[in-house]
Design a protein around this ligand. Structure first.
Ligand code: IYR
Length: 222
């Protein structure tokens, strides 16, 4: 076991309250421009941008700091094609058979269907896995805590970092997505969490005319 070692919190910056408010407002103004995009351009994106966004995601808090995530960045056209074929196969089943009527009803405003051309068009697919347990070099298995929650937080930071860099993304969750383990050769302690499609929007990209809930609807202050 590693023992407790404490160091000074040296990187914290305290801003004056008026500046804090300005920063909070400015961040909201910027992040509210983020949209999930389904019309991607094939314009290349330097890999260093993606690397930095993943480094940002890797700073996320996690259960016992175990960092139970793995990100596979796919840019190889052959692998993207395999993923598209497998995802569309699952989606065909979903839209024509598996999805209950109520689910299809709430999806209607998004205009989604089984066709997923963006899985080949976008320059990057980031396949995010969470680890249900870690396997040490000596083969011992270490239980992970709050792996899904932790990976969800890391994914939120990744999405924010991608937006901040000036790119767009789409959280895509073909279900089931076990095919990702096979195609990407990931061990069975890693479970697919979601597929993040990343790139520039197409020139004529359109997004659904949908709204976010107000502060009143999402929060209570007591
Ligand atoms: N996985 C399907 C269906 C779908 C489900 C949810 I929940 C969405 O927010 C969007 C789509 C698809 O990707 O089309």
């Amino acid at each position: 076991m590693t023992k407790l070692r404490l160091i000074p919190l040296s990187n914290y910056t305290e801003y004056p309250v008026d500046e804090m408010l300005k920063r909070a407002q400015a961040f909201y103004e910027d992040i509210k421009r983020r949209r999930s995009v389904r019309d991607f351009s094939d314009k290349p994106v330097p890999i260093e941008i993606i690397e930095n966004c993943i480094k940002a995601a890797g700073t996320a808090p996690s259960g016992a700091n175990l960092q139970p995530w793995h990100f596979v960045v796919v840019s190889d056209p052959e692998i993207k094609k395999k993923i598209r074929i497998a995802a569309e196969e699952e989606e065909k089943e979903f839209y024509s058979k598996r999805a209950p009527k109520e689910w299809l009803e709430v999806l209607e405003p998004l205009g989604t269907d089984e066709s997923k051309p963006f899985l080949e068009t976008a320059p990057y697919l980031i396949s995010i896995f969470y680890k249900s347990y870690e396997v040490l070099p000596d083969g011992r298995q270490v239980k992970q805590y709050y792996a899904m929650e932790s990976t969800g937080i890391a994914t939120g930071i990744l999405i924010t970092a991608i937006h901040n860099a000036g790119l767009v993304s789409l959280t895509h969750t073909p279900s089931p997505m076990n095919f990702l383990n096979e195609i990407l050769n990931r061990p069975k302690n890693e479970r697919p969490f979601l597929l993040l499609v990343v790139g520039y929007p197409a020139k004529d990209a359109k997004v659904p005319d949908i709204q976010k809930k107000s502060l009143k609807e999402i929060a209570s202050f007591i």
